[in-house]
Write a protein that binds this ligand. Sequence first.
Ligand code: NAP
Length: 304
Amino acid sequence: MDSYFDIIVAGGGPAGLTAAIYARRAGRSVLVLEKEGFGGQIASAPKVENFPGLPAISGAELADRLYGQAEALGARIELEQVLEIRDGRPWTVTTDYGTYRCAAVILATGMRRRTLGLPGEERLPGVSFCAVCDGAFYAGKDVAVCGGGNTALQDALFLADLCRHVTLIHRRQAFRGDPILAEALARRENVSFALDTVVTALLGQERLTGLALRDAAGRERTLAVDGLFEAVGQLPERALSASLVAVDAAGFIRAGEDCRTGVPGIFAAGDCRTKEVRQLTTACADGAVAALSACRWCEAAGAD
Ligand code: NAP
């Protein structure tokens, strides 16, 4: 099987798949490598309502459509984890399954989830990081969502349709997420808010039975719940980028609006790039820009 591609895209989220669509339409051979699941974070969004032209679509369906569009255009797409990128002219990309070479690499590696850092959170049944994936297990039960961004607000709305009661726990009064979502939540009878409040401990031995909470005034209480959905944001994926390209203090790849990193032939697109606004639309925009920059690079480098 051919192991040389004009462009290899590391990451199969909206930025990476959009890059593949643009690069294929420009006639370039493209390999997309994704380590976990196609669609990135958006695949677990219950509903996407801010993608222009698609007033309401599930994140999973949008991810499927992006994947299908890239594949139909002839992009090769593999579920493989990129372990190393080295050499340049051509770049050698090593994954857990093999080795590929390419003229240009687009890093579209997105973000990984932030956690609360509480003892037991990665192993205690009842703690989840994905409402769409796990919400059905909590039908008719009492759950809490922790976080104040759009993910937490959307997860709480999604769970309010399934669960007996949802408590949204946020460390501040003001939400970071869109007011339209917070207002929709406030109208739900089975949703309550624990604001200015943090989770200090997970309760339960075999599985989660409740949460220890502390508010801004220092008052402590427990909340009985069957499930906790953590939605406290994302951190940049540093594993690949740290040794390859310049990153900022938080770990985001330094690249301008043309998505060029300081390393010739390496481009960065989507949430992993330094930028002001991280949204689905800006990830897709980056994918397009990075692909066109990479195509120009291939042309200049004489890749045919
Ligand atoms: P986010 O916007 O960064 O929000 C993370 C939330 O978690 C914040 O409210 C933050 O509190 C809270 N938090 C962080 N660390 C915490 C800790 N240690 N303990 C307690 N709370 C903590 O993350 P996100 O909601 O995952 O969204 C990420 C990006 O995706 C955003 O740009 C968002 O708009 C976008 N998104 C868009 C959609 C959509 O509808 N298209 C859906 C989901 C996400 P503070 O507010 O106090 O910092």
